[in-house]
Design a protein around this ligand. Structure first.
Ligand SMILES: Cc1cc2nc3c(=O)[nH]c(=O)nc-3n(C[C@H](O)[C@H](O)[C@H](O)COP(=O)(O)OP(=O)(O)OC[C@H]3O[C@@H](n4cnc5c(N)ncnc54)[C@H](O)[C@@H]3O)c2cc1C
Ligand SMILES: NC(=O)c1ccc[n+]([C@@H]2O[C@H](COP(=O)([O-])OP(=O)(O)OC[C@H]3O[C@@H](n4cnc5c(N)ncnc54)[C@H](OP(=O)(O)O)[C@@H]3O)[C@@H](O)[C@H]2O)c1
Length: 445
């Protein structure tokens, strides 16, 4: 029997399991599927850990999420076609749930469809090697038994995410800075920075969200250093934007425009590296954090070896629903329902896709680009329809809300693309909502 290994039980790995489980429910004979997950639970980044640095087994901590993290996009933009928010929660809920609520939703689908049965928890993949005779040998460490073992597979789906290995630049003066320097990957609780002057480096989602959190939880000041800025938000009093960093001297950071400010801590929100040390070198994906990744036909079939798939490796406007679309496509390639074109045609497809992204000039265009990509994948399989036009429009409205007020955009509600349900306003405006628990979010107040 054909054997498929899925590495990681975060949203992408779960999408892959759901794709196979759905085919099975519909009467198809599916391959044997084994999912390896190094943590003790599913959910990937949504499975919060207080740990930083090394995990309990000496491996790198995967988690990059922090306390008080609320969804930064409307939940309606990532809703599963086969498991709506209405179905899970039984009533309409706000559009920007905190992490624990989205974790609950992800776990709810996995439980409803029996996805845990495919997963070997506490099992980290140590190496994936292509066998000369075909197929792959995968070596794993079972952290419960303490045993290392190797098994053979015909296909490998890499679903280990790409927001866990920090991209950490260094600036002159770091070595003698008398305060804490950390990457967003290791940020866990904004309360730590109350009454402090905080420097945030970066101009993207982590920068805006970690900076907003620090301000919300009482930082004395928040200075954003954005080398390709500005971010374009109307920051509240106590926040300021500066250009790139020239150097740090003692507690003073000097910017490239000649200005300077005093700081107590530096949080580097400078993004992440695609990092797959467990894959043999010739099987490693090498790409930037973009919408049209190098080396991936249809954004998920690894060109150099078509029996390897990488899910969710693009920069993300679309998330869970795009992961489902990719997983359905990968499943159909593996099950022989979709024939792949020649290597040259795949190469051309990737080149054209990369060129097409290069022609896009603004964020609205990028949203449409990823919406069109997701739609094309959905149309190629039996995945239920997704109204990407509606979702594209929702993303654009959301961007407008952010631009109008970065501290209150989460107070708006959006409509479900599947049930049409309008999300109510949350009982407490985001800026005053200090409790991020599921119980508090779902409480009637
Ligand atoms: C701080 C932060 C906030 C975010 N907020 C949002 C948001 O609000 N909305 C949104 O839609 N998206 C958000 N994202 C984007 C996020 O990438 C996706 O939501 C989603 O988690 C990606 O799923 P994934 O399965 O690709 O990767 P991950 O969620 O990273 O899961 C990968 C899994 O692989 C496992 N794994 C890794 N290596 C191994 C190994 N060697 N062996 C076995 N298992 C392994 C990990 O333990 C993990 O469970 C956020 C990302 C970050 C970093
Ligand atoms: N609440 C939430 O939901 C939430 C919160 C945080 C993050 N996220 C998610 O996490 C993912 C990752 O976002 P991210 O912001 O961490 O990464 P990112 O989008 O890749 O952004 C990295 C930022 O760092 C800057 N940068 C990179 N190298 C630098 C250097 N050497 N010096 C100065 N600046 C540098 C980049 O600017 P340049 O353009 O200059 O390179 C960019 O602004 C996204 O999917 C996001 O949605 C979500």
């Amino acid at each position: 029997m054909t054997r498929v290994a899925v590495i990681g039980a975060g949203p992408c790995g779960l999408s892959q399991l759901q794709a196979f489980a759905t085919a099975k429910r519909n009467g198809a004979e599916i391959p044997e599927v084994v999912c390896y997950e190094k943590q003790s639970d599913l959910g990937g980044l949504w499975n919060y850990t207080w740990r930083t640095g090394l995990d309990e087994h000496g491996g790198p901590v995967h988690g990059s999420m922090y306390r008080y993290l609320w969804s930064n996009g409307p939940k309606e933009c990532l809703e599963f076609a086969d498991y709506t928010f209405d179905e899970h929660f039984g009533r309409p809920i706000g559009s920007f749930p905190p992490r624990a609520v989205l974790y609950d939703y992800i776990a709810g689908r996995a439980d409803k469809f029996g996805l845990r049965d495919y997963i070997r928890f506490n099992t980290s993949v140590q190496s994936v090697v292509a066998n000369p005779s075909g197929g792959f040998t995968i070596t794993v460490d079972d952290h419960k038994s303490g045993e290392r073992s190797a098994s053979e597979f015909d296909h490998v789906v890499v679903a280990t995410g790409h927001f866990s290995t920090p991209n950490m630049p260094q600036y002159p003066g770091y070595e003698s800075f008398p305060g804490r320097i950390l990457h967003a990957h290791d940020f866990r609780d904004a309360v730590e920075f109350a009454d402090k002057d905080v420097l945030i480096i970066g101009g993207s989602y982590s920068a805006e969200d970690v900076g907003s959190q620090c301000w919300k939880y009482g930082a004395k000041s928040v200075t954003f250093s954005v080398r390709h800025g500005p971010m374009g938000f109307d920051w509240p009093e106590g926040c300021q934007e500066k250009p790139g960093i020239d150097r740090v001297e003692g507690k003073t950071v000097h910017f490239t425009d000649g200005t300077s400010t005093n700081i107590d801590a530096i949080i580097s929100c400078t993004g992440y590296l695609h990092h797959f040390p467990f894959m043999a070198p010739e099987l490693q994906l090498k790409t930037a954090n973009v919408l049209a990744c190098d080396m991936l036909y249809q954004g998920m079939v690894f060109q150099p070896n078509n029996n390897v798939f990488y899910l969710g490796m693009q920069d993300q406007w679309y998330t869970f629903n795009m992961f489902d679309a990719q997983a359905w496509y990968a499943r159909d390639v593996i099950m022989g329902r979709i024939d792949l074109p020649s290597a040259d045609e795949q190469e051309q497809w990737v080149a054209d896709f990369v060129a097409l992204e290069g022609e896009v000039t603004d964020d609205y265009g990028l949203i449409d680009f990823q919406g069109a990509y997701t739609k094309a994948l959905v149309e190629a399989t039996d995945h239920p329809d997704i109204d990407t036009d509606m979702i594209d429009a929702m993303f654009k409205t959301w961007k407008g809300h952010k631009k109008a007020d970065i501290m209150s955009y989460r107070d708006n509600g959006h409509a479900s693309p599947f049930t049409g349900t309008e999300a109510p306003a949350h009982h407490t405006p985001w800026l005053q909502a200090m409790d991020d628990s599921l119980e508090d979010f779902l409480a009637e107040k």
